[in-house]
Design a protein. Structure first.
Length: 101
């Protein structure tokens, strides 16, 4: 069963994730800062509404941890920024799969 964009009442495509994929790639390449990425990531209310609620909880939790990791060195004992970026990649892949159903 497809997930629906609540405002437009039509299926939301996995292509809606493209801006987040691009922003994550820019973040990895140091072409985008953590704060700018997190602001863009938090502005995805419409996308998150098209997914089951747990997806939004996980996404926002990852963003919270990414913001916190920016306060520490690259790999602190509490947060691994590269691991968080890998988890964001994984979330995007799972969200694309869910939206494609």
């Amino acid at each position: 069963m497809p997930q629906y964009d609540a405002d437009k009442l039509r299926p939301m495509s996995p292509a809606a994730l493209a801006p987040l994929h691009q922003a994550l790639a820019q973040l990895r390449a140091d072409a985008l800062g953590v704060q700018a990425f997190c602001a863009q990531a938090r502005a995805q209310a419409q996308l998150l509404a098209a997914l089951p609620p747990r997806y939004g909880e996980v996404w926002l939790g990852l963003i919270d941890r990414l913001e916190s990791s920016a306060l520490f060195s690259e790999e602190s004992c509490s947060f691994s920024q590269s691991s968080l970026l890998d988890n964001l990649d994984s979330w995007l892949a799972q969200a694309a799969h869910k939206l494609a159903r």
